[in-house]
Design a protein around this ligand. Structure first.
Ligand code: UD1
Ligand code: CA
Length: 468
């Protein structure tokens, strides 16, 4: 079986981004632009890919390795001598059994696998040397224009090389081609830098192909083919992709309110509800019937079936169990594990803490490095004193224990099953199961003393205003 390989051009500097980060690594919906392009190419049926790198090649190469492993290789283009030269640089990295290449640019994150599949299929019919996508745009400035003769594509004219008449053409070259490799090798070797920029233009192979047989052109909507050159275009591309992602989930049975932002790697099950202003990032997963209310921000969070996140909760690298309830205004930091039917309420911060089934911490607490047993109740204002300035220590609370409000549990410490910690206690010693820990100063009531005190204070205040 022969292979088809994507060649993705990404050696340019991306000057207009004005950024220390390589252009193709700028994220769109939580993933570098380049990853979206590669994902589309692989989904469309490419077996593997070669990315042509130049500027910031170390960063781009390291990212590709981490993100795609062996499926994506790099070819280095030391000097950027044009798109044709870039593809030449990729040829040596192709496998011997590669027969077709799909040439793309790394800065078109909105490209869809369907359009790439169509251009590959168009080339395949009659085994044409070259097929390409085309589109009409409202403003063609800067793009290469498609020149036709009796309807057939015969050349691409770059904007700066184009005549006034040619510049009026609104059919442009989005820069995506399926090319038979044997043809590409010959046509690329024949390229000459005979243009305004003195570069080797990849687009010249279109003319060469048209001399052999008809160039297959596949029209596609311009919205999905646009390139990103600056941060305004980056924002527009991201908005478009967020719309697309939201609509995809809606069609699969998820309620997504307008204004929610769901990143590319997030997954959601049917009948989940994602309210407005929710931001779902990373590898977040929301299970069936879960409700994520207004303003929640979830990054790498697994939300169990039927769980409820009340408004404005911020959760990172954590999991929330079936039918659990979190928020409003909860903060789950990394490695928090809210068990099934457990509750974490407003102004509760958790970190590296497990709440087992049905455990509750409903108001104002810091729960760090802890384990809270099934059905235990942690009262308002409780603090796990987990840090001594050097090390973190663990707090363990047994099943059905009750921690009275405003208690401090100084870790390492264990509260036994069914134990009771009285309100306002500072716990420094382990509490045995079913024991009561009481660590506050006994209360004393002085009868009538308040009235006496009031009289004395009022007299003092009169004396000082007489003097003043
Ligand atoms: C190119 C096309 C133009 C098309 C447009 C679509 C050519 C000659 N022109 O123009 O017809 O309308 O794309 O966006 O191909 N790159 C390299 N090495 C190089 C030069 C470029 O890797 O030596 C990469 C860039 O990083 C970029 C891509 O190739 O990802 C396109 O290069 P760019 O200079 O932006 O081409 P355009 O002038 O936009
Ligand atoms: Ca460009």
């Amino acid at each position: 079986m022969s292979k088809q390989t994507a060649i993705v051009l990404a050696a340019g500097q991306g000057t207009r981004m004005k950024s220390a980060l390589a252009k193709v690594l700028h994220p769109v919906c939580g993933r570098p632009m380049l990853d979206h392009v590669l994902e589309a190419a692989l989904t469309a049926g490419c077996d593997d890919a070669v990315v042509v790198v130049g500027h910031q090649r170390e960063a781009v190469t390291a990212h590709l390795k981490a993100s795609f492993g062996d499926r994506v290789r790099v070819a280095v283009q030391d000097e950027q001598r044009g798109t044709g030269h870039a593809v030449q640089c990729a040829l040596t990295a192709l496998d011997a059994d590669c027969r077709v290449v799909l040439v793309l640019c790394g800065d078109t994150p909105l490209v869809r696998a369907d359009d790439l599949r169509a251009v590959l299929a168009a080339r395949k019919e009659e085994d044409a040397p070259l097929a390409m996508l085309t589109c009409r745009v409202p403003d063609p400035t800067g793009y290469g224009r498609i020149l036709r003769d009796e309807g057939q594509v015969v050349a691409i004219r770059e904007h700066r090389d184009a005549s006034a008449d040619e510049r009026r053409l609104d059919e442009i070259n989005p820069g995506m081609y399926a090319v038979r490799l044997d043809f590409a090798r010959v046509a690329l070797a024949a390229l000459e830098p005979n243009n305004q920029q003195g570069e080797l233009y990849l687009t010249d192979i279109v003319t060469a192909a048209s001399r052999i047989s008809a160039v297959r052109d596949v029209p596609a909507p311009h919205q999905t083919l646009v390139g990103v050159n600056d941060r305004a275009q980056l924002a527009a591309a991201e908005d478009a992709m967020h719309h697309r992602i939201a609509d995809d989930w809606r069609r699969r049975g998820v309620t997504v309110r307008t204004g929610a932002r769901i990143d590319a790697r997030v997954t959601i099950e049917v009948d989940a509800v994602i309210e407005s202003l929710v931001v779902l990032r990373g590898a977040t997963h929301v299970s069936r019937g879960a409700h994520v209310d207004v303003g929640c921000v979830l990054d790498d969070v697994v939300v169990g079936p039927g769980a409820k996140l009340l408004p404005y909760s911020v959760c990172t690298r954590s999991s929330i169990g079936e039918d659990a309830r979190v928020g409003p205004f909860s903060h789950l930091r990394q490695d928090s594990d809210v068990g099934p039917e457990a509750h974490v309420g407003n102004f509760v911060e958790t970190k590296k803490t497990v709440l087992h089934r049905g455990a509750k911490a409903n108001h104002l607490a810091y729960l760090g490095d802890g384990e809270i047993g099934e059905g235990a109740n942690v009262g308002a204002g409780t603090i796990f004193c987990n840090y001594d300035g050097f090390q973190k220590h663990k707090t363990t609370i047994g099943a059905r224990a009750f921690i009275g409000s405003d208690s401090q549990l100084v870790a390492p410490v264990t509260i036994g099953e069914g134990a009771y910690v009285a309100t306002g206690t500072t716990v420094t010693k382990d509490v045995p199961p079913d024991a009561l820990a009481l660590g506050r100063t006994p209360q004393e009531n002085k009868e009538g003393y308040a009235a006496k005190l009031r009289g004395r204070l009022a007299a003092r205040s009169r004396r000082s205003s007489d003097r003043g």
